[in-house]
Ligand binder design. Structure first.
Ligand code: ATP
Length: 287
């Protein structure tokens, strides 16, 4: 096989709680992650000449700072291969938006190089590489619906949900995950999110049933950084959605909608120029 093309889906956080700071400097989190049909597309080709990244986005680095580069370096090294790879990242997922764009590209590179070079690394072996690359990378490898604890890399897979339509809105501002967490530390949330109850709720219903209490403890922090989030939430609520929530450290906001058409209607009538409005749906797990 000389070329592999692989889809890398974005994720949203259906809820996000922070339990405290760990000794290793990471935050202890408790959250429900969901992969969605919003994809980067990665084209991987064998090369004898190191690792090269190209992309259609001017917001993504093409050197070692790219998480896809690090993933390629790691898996080639673990395989003891001195060959290289050319990676073209067709970027569709907004960057620094709370949708795990970098992490999903890294996960796709692990899967892609495993196929391209016929390495036959097991899923568990790929997960242990994913852990070294970043907290969200293990989830991005498997997708679907999962509870993530620890620093976000300890996963409990949940049953796939029925296909649920969503709309994701990203304002044209980037938020740094590290910065938002550092701001959170100055004024941590004093309550606690009933994540176990939500896990039971969606496991029993096989769908996301909104009721009181779904929450992302980083949302108020990110709202202080950019007023766009509040405005987007209020525009979504004006359009009849029951609840909208920020994903990850933001600034993307998602809402459940009744149908694909409703998502498209929201996109077509969206008044804020410059926002990325994406009707989408929940995905099932890949492994
Ligand atoms: P997370 O929610 O996982 O913290 P995010 O979705 O908010 O991340 P990303 O899109 O992953 O944010 O981008 C975070 C930073 O990572 C950006 O500033 C970008 O320069 C850098 N980066 C490195 N590799 C990539 C990549 N393949 N795609 C996007 N950004 C990348």
């Amino acid at each position: 096989m000389e070329e592999v093309v692989i889809k890398a889906p974005a994720k949203i956080n259906l809820c996000l709680d922070i339990k405290g700071l760990r000794e290793d400097g990471y935050h202890e989190v408790d959250m429900i992650m969901q992969s969605i049909a919003l994809y980067d597309r990665l084209h991987l080709q064998k090369s004898g000449d190191g690792i090269k990244i190209s992309t259609n986005s001017d917001r993504v680095p093409t050197g070692r700072e790219n998480l896809a580069y690090k993933a390629a370096e790691l898996i080639l090294d673990e395989a003891g291969l001195h060959n290289g790879v050319n990676i073209h990242i067709e970027k569709n997922i907004p960057v620094a938006a709370g949708l795990a764009g970098g992490s999903t590209d890294a996960a796709a590179v692990l899967k892609g190089i495993n196929q391209l070079y016929g390495l036959n690394f097991s899923y568990n072996r790929l997960v242990s590489m994913a852990r070294k690359l970043g907290s969200d990378v293990p989830f991005c490898l498997q997708g679907g619906t999962a509870r993530a604890t620890g620093r976000g890399d300890y996963l409990t897979q949940l049953d796939d949900l029925q296909k649920t339509y969503l709309v994701v809105v990203t304002p044209p501002v980037a938020l740094s995950t590290a910065y938002i967490y550092s701001q959170y530390d100055k004024n941590p949330f004093s309550g606690s999110i009933p994540v176990t109850r939500f896990v039971n709720l969606i496991s029993n219903n096989k769908k996301i049933t909104w009721e009181e209490g779904w929450y992302n403890v980083l949302e108020p922090v990110s709202i202080k950084e950019t007023f766009d989030i509040k405005e987007i939430k209020s525009l979504l609520e004006d359009r009849g959605v029951r609840l909208s929530l920020m994903s990850g450290s933001g600034p993307s906001v998602f809402a459940i909608v009744d149908s694909w058409d409703k998502g498209c209607e929201i996109k077509e009538s969206w008044p804020r120029r410059g926002d990325f409005v994406h009707p989408t749906w929940t995905l099932k797990k890949e492994f």
